[in-house]
Design a protein around this ligand. Structure first.
Ligand code: PEP
Length: 245
């Protein structure tokens, strides 16, 4: 049922959660619940806070797991206290960077234009941007999505992931219907380069991941709250692999 043309990608966004202990338990759980073969069947990406990237990366170095930053600056370097550049993430071994998460848009006033600049800088650094878009207002969903597709997705990017994350679905337990997600994925694809991989995020958990994984046009999941529980995230990974058949 899953589109096998492109790899299925499951991303764990820890947000501002974690500790070195959590890196240990997460790595232990993933290594025992999933065998190393699992991570060749789907692309599993972990995005912890910057501070833990190195620690968890080393603990999971024996598995084909990939890592992502949760944000980056658009400049290569400069007087931007506390920021991290795409080059720095790439140097650390990250393959991806999450950009334009609705929490960044809400708390830091990130605009589509800034997100596009960040994505361009990520691509130049050799990273694959995972750009989050999603409507705040259900009634104006397609209008909002259209504007985001136009303004925050770089044109002609060779590889790009677009995470469709309706804002009302994040951390709320509310998940749109399968039909609504499919329609949104089709709409996004028709408004960007057709090679873009569309994934879904918003209240994904071990109970609903299999159903969401089977939606045509959705080629991955972005998992927030459920990804900080090692048991839940491992279960999501194994459930998705099972869906692949
Ligand atoms: C997110 O933060 O990107 C997210 C999808 O969160 P949650 O899974 O908790 O809704």
């Amino acid at each position: 049922l899953i589109d096998k043309q492109s790899k299925y990608t499951v991303v764990a966004n820890w947000k501002m959660h974690g500790s070195f202990d959590m890196c240990d338990s997460f790595a232990n759980k993933l290594s025992t619940v999933c065998n190393s073969d699992s991570f060749t069947k789907i692309e599993t990406v972990i995005a912890p806070p910057f501070l833990y990237l190195d620690s968890i990366g080393k603990k999971l170095a024996h598995l084909s797991i990939k890592f992502a930053g949760q944000d980056c600056h658009f400049a290569k370097s400069g007087a931007y206290t506390s920021d991290i550049s795409a080059d720095m993430l790439a140097e650390l071994g990250c393959k991806y960077v999450i950009l334009g998460h609705c929490e960044r848009r809400k708390h830091y006033g990130e605009t589509n234009k800034t997100i596009c600049k960040k994505a361009e800088s990520a691509i130049l650094a050799g990273l694959v941007p995972i750009i989050c878009i999603g409507e705040k207002c259900i009634k104006r969903a397609f209008e909002e999505l259209k504007e985001q597709c136009k303004s925050c997705i770089p044109k002609n990017a060779e590889k790009i992931i677009i995470a469709y994350e309706p804002v009302y679905a994040i951390g709320t337990g509310i998940v749109p219907s399968q039909g609504e997600i499919k329609k949104a994925a089709e709409f996004i694809k028709s408004n960007v380069n057709q090679n873009a991989q569309v994934i879904y995020g918003g209240s994904v958990n071990e109970g609903n991941c299999k159903q969401i994984a089977q939606i045509n046009g959705i080629q991955g999941l972005l998992v927030g709250s459920a990804s900080i529980k090692p048991q839940s995230f491992s279960k999501i990974v194994t459930e998705v692999i099972e869906s692949l058949g």
